[in-house]
Design a protein. Structure first.
Length: 336
């Protein structure tokens, strides 16, 4: 079978190898579509944390079961499934407390271990969710939306809250829509005017603010001086991350969803005065995936996926997805 491997930063190769053989407790999957994530883009660019090379990328997977043993979810050969790409140990302190998303020994497909940019793959059967009611496009975006769902659940968003989401990339857009479904009013903040317009026109956010010197004043005006009870960073940009508490109300929460490799600096008196709750949000759990699957009909999948190419065309197109000028929001790779 064919597969694509990132040998080192900036280098992909299309290769062939023997198809995998399923072991007990595993499922053999046919990959139909793979979503391209910011993790994949950063890995290719050489600035992704927790990453080693060579690596087969791909963890946003639309797939079909070829072989599987009897299992708790009743999944059988021929079923369409969503893959939760986080393989946890089930034994560590995080797993014992139900936080499998931040297992101390976690292996994420396409990051710590090889992912789905290959025609077939074997995975533990217990990380599969049935998805016969979803299209391949919908299945390929469940994982990034689940990350957003997890962050909203972490922040315990309530109806009527006004929140800010910094970064109108795929994760940020997912947070915005899921926050609206939870009943929040949403302010989208970004430097990219095109993405802000997408957030306004397709997601339906309540307000858009261009990041910069006047952004805090604009957020203050929108909220009648209160600022936002929760602020989510989905950019992973150091300067954006350090600016986020300025958008936050006294007594508010700051949720770090985007990941920066470097150090962050905050003025202690400023964040202390607000009694800021600082929380990180990593990956997602089964509960988050199930929530996304249940509300996915409210998400504008068609406009969200802006670029799609065949598996054999991925390498020649990947560089263009690093350039915001191409208008890319979510790119996908089709295997058939």
């Amino acid at each position: 079978m064919k597969y694509i491997v990132c040998e080192k930063p900036g280098e992909f190769n299309l290769k062939e190898k023997e198809a995998p053989v399923r072991k007990e407790g595993e499922a053999l999957l046919q990959i139909n579509k793979v979503g391209i994530c910011g993790t994949d883009l950063h890995a290719y660019a050489g600035n992704q944390a927790f990453f080693t090379y060579p690596r087969i990328l791909g963890h946003e997977l639309a797939s079909e079961v070829l072989e599987i043993s009897e299992n708790e979810r009743g999944i059988k050969a021929g079923d369409k499934v969503v893959v939760m790409p986080y393989v946890s140990c089930g034994k560590c302190i995080a797993c014992r407390n139900g936080k499998t998303n931040c297992c101390t020994n976690i292996t994420v497909l396409g990051v710590h271990g090889d992912g789905g940019m290959q025609e077939q793959i074997t995975v533990p059967a217990n990380i599969l969710l049935p998805a016969n009611n979803l299209s391949n496009d919908q299945m390929a975006i469940v994982e990034p939306l689940a990350i957003g769902a997890h962050s909203i659940r972490r922040a315990d968003i309530k109806p009527g809250e006004t929140i800010a989401v910094v970064g109108c990339g795929p994760i940020g857009i997912g947070i915005m829509k899921l926050a609206q479904i939870a009943g929040a009013k949403v302010i989208a903040i970004d430097m990219n005017e095109q993405r802000l317009q997408y957030a306004k026109e397709k997601i339906g956010v309540d307000y858009i603010v261009k990041a910069g010197e006047n952004a805090v004043n604009e957020v203050s005006e929108i909220t009648n001086g209160d600022l936002c009870t929760a602020v989510f960073d989905a950019s992973g940009n150091k300067y954006a991350l350090e600016a986020c508490p300025d958008y936050m109300a006294h007594g508010g929460r700051f949720v770090l969803v985007g990941l920066s490799k470097g150090e962050l600096t905050y003025t202690h008196p400023k964040v202390h005065a607000k009694e800021m709750t600082l929380m990180c949000s990593r990956n997602a759990t089964t509960e988050d995936f199930e929530h996304v699957i249940n509300v996915l009909d409210q998400f504008p999948t068609e406009s969200f996926i802006t670029h799609n190419v065949s598996f054999t065309e991925m390498i020649e197109n990947f560089d263009s997805w690093l350039d915001p000028k191409t208008g890319v929001i979510k790119a996908t790779v089709s295997f058939n």
